[in-house]
Design a binder for this molecule. Structure first.
Ligand SMILES: Nc1ncnc2c1ncn2[C@@H]1O[C@H](COP(=O)(O)OP(=O)(O)O)[C@@H](O)[C@H]1O
Ligand SMILES: N[C@@H](CCC(=O)OP(=O)(O)O)C(=O)O
Length: 385
């Protein structure tokens, strides 16, 4: 049995203790008590823990399923429909109750919440990716807990996440979370589905992306959940691509989030092998197709290369090519040498207006106020040195 690990369970637990930005995902079977209706006690308990962690100075995002199951209950449907339009209708009905319950519970703990509905296409589109990212990061800065679900109304079979484990991982990638916590109806990952195999052994820690894990994981055990363990294993692999480790744990474990954040080894830890900043750099370097460039003065080039600062439009002298917000562009110095590459916050047409301008002028020049940076330092990779 592989269970290849480069970390011990206690080292893995330390990852959560030190985590600042955490994405928590809860599945339909937990949220709706196996389809019996929204579990107010469970949502209240997670909300209290989320609020306590925000109050500790951490940033929390909740990815919660349950809309379809709750919608089915509200519509009086006992069997999950096959028609996609019926599933979408159920999700729209159920999402009302779902988000209302989180809002009420979090507010009672003194923490604000926000509803964010996303689709895969939103995150594949570079401009929408940047928009979603900056909205979520702003919410986190405000100390608000975003409560995310798939935007079931606008997706069809092909582009549907199908399960919220994938959505949780994509959100972890989007905001560069330190840890993804997947709460489910089992204590974690076993060597086989424990509902079917009484010999199944518990896996405490493993390497995220280890192919041996995929062989252990079966499909959903309850009639309510969709993904099963395989989607959680694949979500951990995906989250690891941006440097986030994943913990899979039982959602009804008392104080599970607080105890994980206190460094207790609960559940299965799937440890990412790449550090966050390296993963981000690789992601940007992989988008090698450059859409254009900006030329910067020596002051801006030095700030980027030596101090690791963001590129501000005031340091830009020229814009080359035709690019959109979210495209990867080069940053060149006055001698034509490439200093860095990164994701443009402004399209080339806007960037041309912003050259040499300070952020106080942006609203007058563009008609709206947006990011002060042309490329944020988180989205910038140095080309040499
Ligand atoms: N190797 C495994 N270890 C643990 N659970 C497994 C495994 N393989 C399959 N499962 C099943 O996956 C289920 C959890 O997935 P799912 O029902 O989709 O939950 P959720 O709604 O939380 O996403 C478990 O109840 C279990 O029966
Ligand atoms: N967006 C859907 C979630 C789909 C789903 O079943 O997810 P999960 O229970 O996490 O496998 C809903 O809210 O019902």
């Amino acid at each position: 049995m592989s269970q290849v690990i480069d970390s011990t369970a206690s080292e893995a637990a330390d990852l959560v203790r030190h985590a600042r930005r955490i994405v928590v995902k809860v599945g339909s079977s937990l949220v709706t008590n196996e389809g019996r209706g929204l579990d107010e006690g469970a949502i209240g308990h997670w909300s209290q823990q989320l609020a306590a962690l925000v109050q500790q100075g951490r940033e929390l995002i909740m990815v919660s399923s349950g809309a379809i199951a709750e919608g089915m209950k509200r519509l009086g449907w006992s069997r999950r429909p096959h028609e996609i339009n019926e599933l979408q209708a159920a999700a729209a009905v159920g999402q009302m109750g779902l988000v209302q319950m989180y809002e009420t519970q979090l507010r009672a703990c003194g923490v604000g919440s926000a509803q964010v509905l996303l689709t895969h296409a939103d995150l594949a589109d570079r401009e929408r990716y940047l928009n979603a990212r900056s909205t979520l990061l702003t919410l986190l800065q405000l100390g608000v807990v975003p409560v995310i679900n798939e935007n079931d109304t606008v997706v069809n079979d092909e582009i549907k996440f199908g399960d919220n484990d994938t959505l949780g991982a994509l959100v972890a990638n989007l905001v560069e979370a330190d840890v993804l916590v997947i709460l489910t109806d089992q204590k974690g990952l076993y060597t086989a589905d424990p509902r079917r195999d009484p010999e199944a052994r518990f896996v405490h820690v493993a390497r995220a992306g280890d192919p041996a894990l995929e062989a252990m994981a079966g499909g959903a055990g309850s009639g309510i959940g969709k993904g099963g363990m395989i989607t959680k294993i694949l979500a951990a692999k995906r989250a690891a691509a941006s440097g986030a480790s994943t913990v899979i744990a039982w959602g009804r474990e008392p104080d599970v989030l607080l105890r994980l954040c206190a460094g207790e080894a609960i559940g299965t830890a799937l440890v990412a092998q790449t550090a966050k900043h390296q993963a981000r750099k690789r992601w940007i370097s992989d988008h090698l197709q450059l859409r254009g460039a900006v030329v910067v003065d020596d002051g801006a080039a030095a700030k980027i290369a030596r101090e690791g600062k963001s590129l501000l439009p005031i340091g830009m002298t020229a814009v080359e090519g035709d690019f959109s917000r979210g495209d990867v562009i080069a940053v060149r110095d006055a001698r034509g040498q490439e200093v860095a590459r990164g994701l443009a916050n402004y399209a080339s047409s806007e960037a041309r207006l912003l050259c040499r301008k300070s952020s106080a002028d942006f609203e007058r020049l563009l008609g709206y106020a947006a990011e002060p940076e042309m490329i944020h330092r988180d989205n910038l990779v140095l080309s040499r040195g």
